[in-house]
Design a protein around this ligand. Structure first.
Ligand SMILES: [Zn+2]
Length: 162
């Protein structure tokens, strides 16, 4: 990939706000973490909220050494409580790079994960970033909480070429 082509020469990196929020506790386990990339472009990105496991968030925050140990500890503390929220800031040459990093992070990329409720059979779907084999809980509209395991990566094209 040619990262240089994403840059506008002479443009200083822009700072993007990444809003993090701990989702409600389910069956005594902390919920997932939702994130929303805003930073003055929130209108454009509305609806692009997705969720992460704790491991997936840790990987992203640690990746570039862009966040100090103190900052990461503060994030962990803020997200230790139900509905706790905090915002981290990252400088990127352009929004695209920031989005690609947060959505496409290798090993825990955001993808739609579908699951059938154990009680009513309803198919529930949500965008989650987690490592293959990691599990999380999801509450169905009927109230039942099911444990979901992050599946192996699906091929980009679902139909094999013949
Ligand atoms: Zn259900």
């Amino acid at each position: 990939m040619d990262h240089a082509s994403e840059r506008n020469p002479g443009d200083a990196p822009r700072t993007f706000a990444i809003e993090l929020c701990r989702l409600p506790t389910m069956d005594d386990r902390p919920g997932l973490i939702s994130f929303l990339i805003g930073g003055g472009v929130a209108g454009r990105l509305e609806g692009k909220s997705a969720t992460l496991t704790d491991a997936a968030l840790r990987g992203r925050l640690a990746h570039f050494d862009a966040h100090s140990a103190n900052e990461i500890a503060a994030v962990r503390k803020a997200l230790a409580v139900e509905n706790g929220r905090t915002t981290v800031y990252e400088a990127w040459p352009a929004l695209d790079g920031c989005l690609r990093f947060w959505y496409g992070f290798v090993g825990s990329q955001i993808r739609p994960i579908e699951s059938a409720c154990e009680a009513c059979g309803k198919l529930n779907r949500g965008s989650v970033g987690g490592s293959v084999g990691e599990s999380f809980l999801r509450r169905c509209g009927c109230g039942r909480v099911s444990r979901i395991t992050v599946p192996n990566h699906m091929p980009l094209s679902s139909a094999p070429a013949r």
